[in-house]
Write a protein that binds this ligand. Structure first.
Ligand code: ADP
Ligand code: S3P
Ligand code: MG
Length: 167
């Protein structure tokens, strides 16, 4: 028997959303993705929220959603910027199973080459994305109980490692 919350954090493209779905299938736990919850509550896409209201508004909704879901007995997959706010980091650190899915910036760019759903990657060079990644790295590490480098692993391999390393 598995019990949650199992929380996935990490940079855009690390595989949080898709691996969360696999974890849900194996563990039988419900899966909550903060971005999907935000889109449902706001009745708009992430791109539209950023375009109409800007990043700060999005971050306010994101923090509210995290507070709402963080104690659920579920797999919780987060957006890559969830670690930017101290109040969110505090919540993530309080829950025992927070997995940091790491991924090299060049692999992120490869994985998301055909994807235009991430406003913060739009028109960004690899150098700019790498800079953002390095700015965030200590914040992911601060919150994680376990780190898994997904750069050269399949989604199934990452899922298996998470289940092995659960406390
Ligand atoms: N380990 C992996 N190997 C190859 N492709 C992956 C891997 N993990 C995720 N992907 C792909 O990368 C893209 C982004 O995955 P997603 O789960 O949306 O990432 P996140 O939620 O962390 O931004 C998807 O197309 C997904 O299929
Ligand atoms: O890293 C970020 O700041 C963001 C990551 C996205 O989620 P994914 O990490 O699932 O792509 C989404 O929350 C939004 O576009 C902002
Ligand atoms: Mg995601």
């Amino acid at each position: 028997m598995y019990s949650g919350p199992i929380i996935l954090i990490g940079f855009m493209g690390a595989g949080k959303t898709t691996i969360g779905q696999l974890l849900g299938q194996i563990t039988g736990l419900p899966v909550i993705d903060t971005d999907i919850t935000i889109e449902e509550q706001e009745k708009r896409t992430i791109n539209t929220i950023f375009n109409q209201h800007g990043e700060e508004y999005f971050r306010n909704v994101e923090s509210r959603v995290l507070r709402q879901v963080v104690s659920e007995n579920a797999v919780i997959t987060t957006g890559g910027g969830i670690i930017l706010r101290a109040e969110n980091r505090q919540l993530l650190k309080e829950t025992g199973n927070t997995f940091f899915l790491e991924c090299e910036p060049n692999v992120v760019v490869e994985r998301l080459a055909e994807d235009d759903t991430r406003p913060l990657l739009k028109n960004k060079s690899l150098a700019e994305i790498t800079q953002m990644y390095h700015n965030r790295l200590p914040l992911y590490k601060e919150c994680a109980t376990c780190t898994i480098d997904t750069s050269t692993l399949t989604m199934e391999e990452v899922t298996e490692l998470i289940l092995k390393r659960m406390k």
